[in-house]
Ligand binder design. Structure first.
Ligand code: GLN
Length: 261
């Protein structure tokens, strides 16, 4: 921990609010675990943290109060319900993303923040248009399922290898100069064709990795916490290391199975 940050912590000022978007509708394959991990890892550094649920009946201003945002994945039906609600709150979410509030948006959530999500030839769900990408689901039941490893293109992350599990029918395509979350080393990624996985826009990450992703990638959890702290207090924070032995072992299994380490 550097001196500046140390002075600014433990003064009662250091408190992070995690805005947990639509947990009852958007939480497949263990995604809810990501919130527990963020809370634990913040508290492990003496930063108090709380998760606030933001859902169908929450006013949009709750989004603006969050220091870090998280939304998990879902099947198409839940996605439609959330899409209709989130459309009304779009400007507040967009403002937060543009302000640099860090966020993790998994699978269905990633698709929702894009321009649109098309299923087959006849269904097109409008997206929020915050991420410069769109998703097409051929609707044939041909899904991209399996373990995945990528090399993150996230400036400042302390370990670029990110491992997880993906399960999606949608194929996402990035537009123009949108940067990916990482390069696929093993697995399908955004669409199984261009070698890209997810999107990185400002401090927000869209990704297909479930699992939950943060359980095997503590460096990513810390990157999100660090950014949340930095945006809120205007100070970079150097997070003390934690005992990540269990996480390291889980990663090692996945990386070995992918033939990477
Ligand atoms: N409904 C989306 C798809 O199948 C997202 C699935 C998910 O979030 N796991 O592409």
């Amino acid at each position: 921990m550097n001196e500046t940050t140390e002075k600014n912590m433990g003064t009662g000022r250091d408190h992070l609010v995690i805005g947990w978007l639509y947990p009852e509708l958007m939480s497949t394959y263990g995604d809810q675990g990501n919130v527990r991990i963020l809370l634990d890892r913040a508290k492990g550094r003496g930063i108090s943290a709380e998760a606030r649920i933001i859902s169908l009946d929450s006013p949009a201003r709750e989004i603006a109060k969050a220091d870090l945002l998280f939304m998990g994945g879902a099947q198409d039906q839940s996605q439609k319900i959330v899409s209709d609600d989130l459309m009304k709150k779009k400007s507040v979410l967009e403002e937060a993303v543009k302000r640099g509030v860090p966020g993790l948006y998994v699978c269905g959530a990633y698709q929702l923040l894009g321009q649109h999500y098309a299923i087959g030839e006849h269904t097109k769900m409008p997206g929020l248009g915050i991420f410069d990408c769109h998703t097409e689901n051929p609707g044939t039941g041909n899904r991209m399922i399996g373990e995945i490893v990528l090399e993150a293109e996230v400036p400042g992350i302390s370990d670029r290898l990110v491992a997880g599990f993906e399960n999606h029918g949608g194929r996402t395509f990035l537009h123009n100069s949108a940067g990916s979350f990482g390069k696929v080393k093993s697995g399908f990624g955004n669409n199984g064709e261009d070698g890209k996985e997810g999107i990185l826009y400002k401090n927000s990450i869209g990704t297909y990795l479930h699992g939950p992703i943060l359980s095997k990638n503590p460096a990513l959890a810390d990157w999100l916490i660090g950014k949340a702290y930095e945006i809120k207090y205007g100070l970079p924070v150097e997070l003390a290391s934690l005992d990540d032995d269990f996480e390291r072992k889980a990663r090692a299994v996945l990386l070995k199975r992918a033939g990477i380490r």
